[in-house]
Design a protein around this ligand. Structure first.
Ligand code: NDP
Length: 329
């Protein structure tokens, strides 16, 4: 089996290579999966470019998600031939991940793939799309309806953002897409269902006021830092903002004003450690609420030899939508 392997030497210099491994090289685990497709998520980009200390055991097969078919299983819950998807669970960080033709993992980390998805589509959605769905579910569960007003989505041309825009629009929400690439990706964002485009330089500007004029009933934020602070400051009274990312920064230079003067709710999403029930619920919702044709328009497909370049591109914010990796080529 071919695998994209990250290694670290005694001087802590990190390198990567596409290597040939055998099943005996795989770690211990209950289920062996023939991986068909993996993807490049932002976290994979950070790991592969060694920009952040994402990897915690060496050597490492990165790839925080994959979709494929079960080859062998010692668990009663998973059978040979099952089509499965894996998102998170520290895979690609602490445990070997999806950028290889086979993976060996624990049964409880696997989500059965809903009928309506191929393994290719499941990978295209990936952790980014599943996280976007979790964010939309949080907005709904906190009572935000399409009648309340528009929803702003930051990093809209990226993976989480693209799926969030498409799902929200299909559900009837008016969507304001914030992007640093309106000139290049404006048409794409409108095709996903965005009704208004907002330049990233405005939403992500430093020095925003603690309370600004209200503009939206809620938001989904992938950027953190000033973007999240400005999003909170312009949210309608009793609105809801869901934070899931740090593309701009890990800091949050905000004030308590939106919380104590407008009753805003800030909700966090951690897709990595979600329960099996909530994962299955999110995947079922993607089956009904994400338009397959729009999903197709988000995809760039590469092989293992394209992983290095795609990792650099995602960290630099140059990826549109989602990158699917065909691990067999
Ligand atoms: P992508 O790289 O695909 O998308 C991120 C987008 O953010 C970029 O495409 C760009 O969109 C925008 N962006 C880039 N740099 C900046 C910046 N300096 N300021 C503001 N916006 C910026 O990544 P993903 O969509 O896969 O992930 C987005 C974030 O969500 C990441 O931080 C990731 O770690 C996090 N994440 C969190 C998860 C969780 O469980 N909490 C799960 C999955 C992802 P544009 O050009 O349109 O502005």
């Amino acid at each position: 089996m071919r695998a994209f392997l990250l290694s670290r030497d005694d001087e802590k210099v990190v390198s990567h290579a596409i290597v040939d491994l055998t099943d005996d090289d795989l770690p211990e685990g209950e289920v062996t999966v023939a991986v068909e497709y993996s993807t490049i998520n932002y976290k994979d980009g950070l790991a592969i470019t060694n920009t952040s200390p994402i990897v915690r055991t060496w050597p490492m097969v990165p790839g925080v998600d994959f979709a494929g078919t079960v080859l062998s299983s010692s668990s009663e819950d998973v059978s040979v031939g099952d089509r499965v998807v894996l998102n998170g669970w520290d895979v690609g960080e602490k445990y070997w991940g999806g950028l290889a033709e086979r993976a060996r993992v624990q049964a409880e980390w696997l989500t059965p793939l809903p009928e309506e998805f191929s393994t290719y589509q499941a990978a295209a959605i990936g952790t980014a799309g599943y996280t976007a769905m979790l964010c939309v579910m949080e907005l709904e569960e906190h009572g935000v309806t399409p009648d309340d007003g528009p929803i702003v989505v930051s990093g809209a041309a990226g993976g989480v953002g693209s799926v969030a825009v498409a799902v929200l629009a299909k559900l009837g929400y008016e969507v304001i897409a914030s992007s640093g690439r309106i000139d290049e990706e404006g048409d794409y964002l409108r095709s996903l269902g965005a009704t208004e485009l907002l330049d990233r330089s405005e939403l992500g500007a430093e020095g925003g006021r603690p309370l600004a004029s209200t503009r939206w009933a809620g938001g989904i934020d992938v950027a953190g830092s000033h973007t999240l602070a400005n999003m909170l400051a312009a949210t309608n009274p009793h609105g809801v903002v869901v934070a899931c990312g740090l593309a701009q920064g890990m800091d949050l230079p905000a004030s308590v004003a939106p919380f104590i003067l407008r009753g805003i709710t800030l909700v966090g999403v951690d897709s990595v450690h979600e329960t099996a029930e909530r994962r299955a619920a999110a995947w079922a919702r993607l089956g009904s609420d994400l338009d397959a044709t729009l999903l197709d328009s988000m995809i760039t497909e590469i092989g293992l030899d394209g992983v290095e370049a795609a990792a650099a591109d995602i960290v630099a914010g140059r990826i549109r939508g989602r990158v699917v990796v065909d691990v067999t080529r």
